[in-house]
Design a protein around this ligand. Sequence first.
Ligand code: ADE
Ligand code: ZN
Length: 370
Amino acid sequence: MSRLPKRCVFSHDACANQFLFMLSGGEIFFFLRAATVSETRVSLNFRTLPKAEVHIHLEGCFDTATIVHLAAENNVPLPRPEAELLTFEGLSDFLNFLDFICGLCRTRDQLAKAAYAFCERLRDAGTGYADVIVNPTHWHSWRDNLGGMIDGLDAGFAAAEQDGLPPVGLCVSLLRQQSAQQAIEVVEELGRLRHPRIVALSVDGNEAAAGRTGQKFADAFRLAGKIGLKRTAHAGESSGPDGVRDAIFLLEADRIDHGVRAIEDAELMTILVDRQIALGVCPSSNLILGLYPDLEAHPLDRLRQAGVLVSVNTDDPALLATDLPQEFAGCATAYGWDRETCRAVAATSINASFANADIKARLLRDLSAW
Ligand code: ADE
Ligand code: ZN
């Protein structure tokens, strides 16, 4: 079984007849052993792999030190001892923790710092661009001030870009439990703001707790399309294939966050392939939050082999103790991905992102030289 390993693992892919050693830090070494050819050593460094990230939440990018610092700054006690801060009992517990963290960001400066730190995290992972999801319902101090919240975040993203850190587009997310009217009001506000940082409307949260919400949010998503926003939706994580169908047919999603449970519905897989709708898959997140026991059971590679566009992502990297090179290295090890497969998955991440044409062209050019 292979969870995403933190240190050093060894596996053998009988079909490709290749041995893989993975080291910490997202670097793996392949020892290819063709029957008659002597051993060849190929090194893949996923930190240098040109790539985009299309499924990552700002809420999930606060490390323990920052959480402890913000709690002290606001004079708020931690909900549990520091050593157990990042221990979660499934998705609901995890989502509640996001409310705690984001509730600690109360000033414009704290927002800007969180945004800047996010871009440093991208740089450290060698990620060239990210569509970052922000769900205003978690950020209690900003609930009635979406414009102020976007302004604070944008200040941090803009300062980061000026300092040479990777560019970022913002996906403003609805929460599953919001009402149809609240959803429309969020989109109307986005229409008034017309902020260039905002690239998409999103919906996240726990589908298992909220039930089927496609119909409820259909009008809001239609309005988002009318004001020129892209659309993305969490589905097929805490919902089954029905959630993915609703995201496609009711929300007209350009991209699906997770989407992995589409594997349970062959007709839906054909729809994803025909319409070239990419999935933003987050392997570690799905294992840690209990969707699959290990990568062998995870459908990522079966989806890819069936022709579904898949990218690899981190979801909430600081809280789940992962980064993008580690996600790639884990998949390459578990599934025996060679350089070309890794390159193709990275290309999907760039093509499926909502980056502008110049950023996409630059990243794709760099990727072809990797
Ligand atoms: N918000 C942050 N991470 C999430 C996840 N994995 N599923 C749904 N909503 C989220
Ligand atoms: Zn997510």
